[in-house]
Design a protein around this ligand. Structure first.
Ligand code: AMP
Length: 453
């Protein structure tokens, strides 16, 4: 018989909140983690995004918080560290939903891009839970605004990603400020390499929990489409966006600059497209996510980091316009679709000379991505292992013909490698200005032609 939330010894206020969220049964990660976490055991859980991992750590934390702190003071009793602001916002939102009947519960989000003043004022009052990105938390710790004296639970969400983003030193400094007798709950897609080492350092006799990968549960159909060059890729994209039965779609590019360029191109083609990347001001990022949630934005062109934590069940398609730099990002990307028990389609483009990178991804996920072609749009070039650019029209260009652009020229003579410098040079404007201009003239949802619903 499967476990029910009612079997997990959770407070009635939490159970009724879960009921109003429509949660009927715990997901496998929840069923396995919650009992150990309630016994105050440390946990190392390998869980993918979409598995329900957020509730797996928040529910036992909330349950623990229903008992009064034994230590005096105002500092947080629980701390969740996340790699991105978006994920922090998602975690905070879930915490507030699960704690909606716990009127006394206070949480504060400590992330970059938001007002210091507000965060400092919030930290001056008693707080139960902090959800933070490491950089901003370090800033506030350095100025003596955070007191971890009464911290009881430390959670690292997407720990592997935090290390990929270079947060190791910050994490170690933060952890050094927390009490030795804390409980530590770690969630990560992998424990290979540095993240495993860190986990062993931070935990005491942890319960190790492995969950079947979400993408192996068959909710997300995957397709691989080889293309000759950028021009061919753009024709395929155009074809897919027009013909597929798409509700909402996230397109991943490898650089911040490219998200803007592609979103502009798509908007000009009549799609309700917008972009999301880490150099955008936080207010715009929030508004773009709101547009996506409300369905006003149909196509979001995003970078890996910015798209982490996006949890919008109506995303039916993910398109990997560029291959992810790291194989594990593939899993995070495709996890933006097939959310909340729905199905999704993840289409990956690869230029013919990128097949070695494709093999690396396939090795990581432990299966082949089914290769497809679109009739009349098959690749004509042969695969070469060298990774050299195919000979011939090297420039590619968007959507072909006159409207196409020369990628190198557009980024001030540099290749679009995502460096801020190259990005800023785009039409001689600052990054923010460029973005705002496009946004002004292109409010989400007002594309000339949307998707078929
Ligand atoms: P997460 O992996 O934490 O990002 O959760 C993925 C999605 O599943 C979110 O939309 C959650 O609200 C939802 N979810 C988490 N746990 C459950 C559950 N037990 N029943 C139904 N939906 C859930």
């Amino acid at each position: 018989m499967s476990v029910k939330f009612a079997d997990l010894n959770l407070d009635k206020n939490i159970l009724s909140a879960l009921q109003s969220e429509g949660y009927e049964t715990p997901t496998p990660i929840q069923a396995q983690s919650i009992p150990h976490a309630l016994e105050r055991r440390d946990i190392m859980a390998s869980a993918q995004t979409g598995s329900g991992k957020t509730a797996a750590f928040l529910l036992p934390v909330l349950q623990h918080l229903t008992r009064r702190s034994e230590k005096p003071g105002k500092g947080p009793r629980a701390l969740v560290l996340t790699p991105t602001r978006e994920l922090a916002a998602q975690v905070e939102k879930n915490a507030l939903a699960y704690a909606k009947n716990m009127k006394w519960f206070k949480t504060v989000s400590i992330v970059g891009g938001s007002s210091f003043g507000y965060q400092i004022r919030a930290l001056a009052k008693p707080v139960d839970l902090i959800v933070a990105t490491p950089g901003r938390l370090m800033d506030l710790m350095d100025s003596g605004k955070v007191d971890f004296e009464r911290l009881e639970v430390l959670i690292l969400d997407e720990a592997d990603r935090m290390l990929d983003m270079g947060f190791i030193d910050d994490i170690e400094k933060i952890v050094a400020e927390t009490p030795e007798d804390r409980q530590t709950l770690l969630f990560s897609a992998t424990w290979d390499g540095a993240v495993g080492k860190l986990a062993r350092k931070l935990t005491k006799n942890p319960e190790v929990i492995e969950i079947e990968r979400v993408d192996e549960q068959g909710k997300i159909e995957e397709q691989l489409l080889y293309c000759d060059d950028m021009r061919h890729k753009n024709r395929l994209l155009d074809h897919i966006l027009r013909d597929a039965n798409i509700d909402q779609c996230v397109i991943f590019t490898s650089t911040k600059a490219m998200t803007e360029v592609l979103a502009d191109e798509l908007y000009d083609k009549g799609f309700a497209a917008n972009c999301l990347h880490g150099d955008m001001p936080q207010g715009w990022r929030n508004r773009t996510l709101m547009d996506l949630r409300k369905g006003r934005c149909k196509i979001l062109v995003a970078t890996d980091v910015a798209a982490r934590g996006i949890d919008v069940p109506t995303i039916t398609h993910v398109i990997n316009y560029d291959l992810p730099k790291q194989a594990e990002d593939y899993v995070h990307r495709i996890g933006r679709t097939g959310r909340a028990g729905r199905t999704g389609l993840a289409i990956t483009f690869a230029e013919v000379n990128e097949y070695v990178k494709v093999h690396k991804i396939e090795k990581f996920i432990g299966r082949k991505i089914p290769e497809m072609t679109i009739e009349g749009m098959e690749p004509t070039r042969k695969r070469s292992k060298s990774g050299d650019k195919p000979k011939g029209k090297g420039k590619g260009g968007h959507w072909g013909g006159k409207g196409g652009f020369d990628k190198d020229k557009k980024f001030g003579g540099k290749k679009s490698d995502g460096k801020k410098e190259g990005f800023k040079k785009r039409d001689g404007k600052a990054a923010d200005g460029g973005f705002k201009d496009r946004k002004k003239s292109a409010p989400a949802g007002k594309g000339k032609q949307g998707f078929k619903k």
